[in-house]
Design a protein around this ligand. Structure first.
Ligand SMILES: [Ca+2]
Ligand SMILES: [Ca+2]
Ligand SMILES: [Ca+2]
Ligand SMILES: [Ca+2]
Length: 468
């Protein structure tokens, strides 16, 4: 009987596929992690300030007909600014233009002094509304999310939805505690049956914490290299729903969605049966010996796979989840080969995702072909800034401190699409998985150079929501 290869996280499969890519791939996150043990420190873009300078104030009055004179109020304040223009607002307030921008303590003082005046009801900055800005300092590095020629234009969708109400199950290595993830993480489950591979001393249990998937040389297969822990599930979860607008780190494509972390991969990968049970459980189906998932998923992210055909076990699990309304999004694989030879990419009823690079073309490692439904940024982490930056952990074996790092892979492309599906699930809860797949395909942007086939093209979050 042929031995079916165990599914492995698809970012790590690059290690197997090409030795050169493997060296670059692991070197980068390790170096970044050790240089900066916690918080947003490794991110070197300037933060987008939440205290941006303000040169217009809105002043509301108790009785607009007998309002005090705004120009005089500002002139009498302790702050050295003058009014250049006053215009009425339909709400009965006035918008007051200043001859210089004020910020920080000066702004606070000006607002407090004006609000203390009899007849003034409130004073607030006339803030500029923009769609693209969250205050997450790493946002500028998230080219895959942005409204550029090679990003998915998540900000164009965030005006309509940021995923609130949607649930995404991430079937992966589990999850680590991370301040840029924790508020969006719901209870999950650990489906890894093999206690030794799981490293938590038991089989299936209610704690999906990632215990580390490091392995020694030759441990997973003959001639396999030693590997550090990947914290792959933590990285994938961050691309979907890292906390936005918290002044910290990165932001997910659907940053108000919730993550259900489901642990199915451990040392040397995960088994077909554990993954199949987890797919059914994630969608709200019943699995013997496991309490029901209190938060059935709208979307199931499978950034994993192996060579070979789609097993009957996996296909039945997928069909069960889809029948329950969950959209199953899977990675095409990292072997620069036709995705038809890899599962679950080649299963029916899934959205199969190829990876693009920062230039908008198929990434060198990405699988391709007619099995692919759509593409998304997977990046190339050999060049800093061209990988996919997300949440990670510094530990080389067991968990260390929360961090951020760039990875590459169809594993990183898949959660971009899962995030867009979450936005659709939040805005149009009646859509079936088939309708969602159709919507993604119909609204995708064309990819200029994709030898072999990248599906309908690059997923476009804004277009997908606008078509609803
Ligand atoms: Ca366990
Ligand atoms: Ca556990
Ligand atoms: Ca953040
Ligand atoms: Ca499909």
């Amino acid at each position: 009987m042929r031995r079916t290869p165990r599914p492995t996280p698809l970012a790590r499969r690059t290690l197997v596929a090409t030795a050169i890519a493997a060296a670059a791939f692991m070197a980068l996150p390790t170096a970044m992690a050790s240089a900066a043990p916690s918080g947003a420190e490794p991110l070197d873009t300037a933060p987008v300030s939440v205290d941006a300078p303000v040169d217009e104030l809105i002043i509301g009055y108790d009785a607009p007909a007998s309002a005090p004179d705004a120009e005089q109020l500002v002139a009498e304040s302790s702050v050295d600014v003058a009014v250049t223009d006053v215009a009425p607002v339909a709400t009965g307030s006035e918008v007051v233009a200043l001859d210089a921008a004020v910020s920080g303590a000066e702004l606070d003082a000006l607002v407090a002094e004006l609000e203390a005046v009899d007849g003034v009801a409130y004073v607030e900055p006339n803030a500029m509304m923009t769609i693209a800005q969250t205050n997450d300092p790493g946002y500028g590095q998230l080219w895959g999310l942005q409204d550029g020629p090679t990003g998915i234009d998540a900000p164009g969708a965030w005006t309509e939805s940021r995923g609130a109400g949607a649930v995404v199950a991430v079937l992966d290595t589990g999850i680590t505690s991370h301040p840029d993830l924790n508020p969006n993480v719901l209870p999950g489950y650990d489906f890894v049956s093999n206690a030794s591979a799981a490293r938590d001393g038991n089989g299936r249990d209610a704690n999906p914490a990632d215990q580390g998937d490091w392995s020694a040389a030759n441990e997973c297969q003959p001639n396999s290299a030693a590997r550090n822990s990947s914290w792959h599930g933590t990285h994938v979860a961050g691309t979907i729903a890292a906390v936005g607008d918290n002044g910290q780190g990165v932001v997910g494509a659907a940053y108000e969605a919730r993550i259900v972390p489901v642990r199915v991969l451990a040392r040397c990968g995960g088994s077909t049966t554990d993954i199949a049970d987890a797919i059914i459980w994630a969608a709200g189906g019943s699995v013997s010996g496991v309490p029901a998932n209190a938060n059935p998923a709208d979307v199931i992210n499978l950034s994993l796979g192996g060579a070979g055909s789609c097993s009957t076990t996996t296909q039945r699990a997928i069909d069960t989840a889809v029948a329950r309304g969950a959209t199953v999004v899977v990675a095409a694989g990292n072997s620069n080969a036709n995705a038809s030879g890899f599962n679950p990419a080649n299963c029916r009823n899934v959205v199969t995702v190829a990876a693009t690079d920062i230039g908008g073309n198929r990434a060198f490692y990405s699988n391709y072909g007619t099995t692919v439904d759509i593409s998304a940024p997977g990046g190339e982490s050999a060049v800093r800034g061209e990988g996919i930056l997300s949440t990670l952990n510094t530990g080389t074996t067991t968990p260390g401190s929360p961090s951020y790092a760039e990875y590459q892979g169809t594993s990183m492309a898949t959660p971009h699409v899962a995030g867009v599906v979450a936005l659709l699930a939040a805005t149009e809860p009646g859509l079936t998985p088939a309708q969602i797949e159709q919507r993604l395909r119909a609204t995708a942007a064309s990819i200029p150079a994709c030898s072999g086939g990248c599906g309908a093209g690059l997923v476009d979050a804004a277009a997908a929501l606008a078509a609803g």
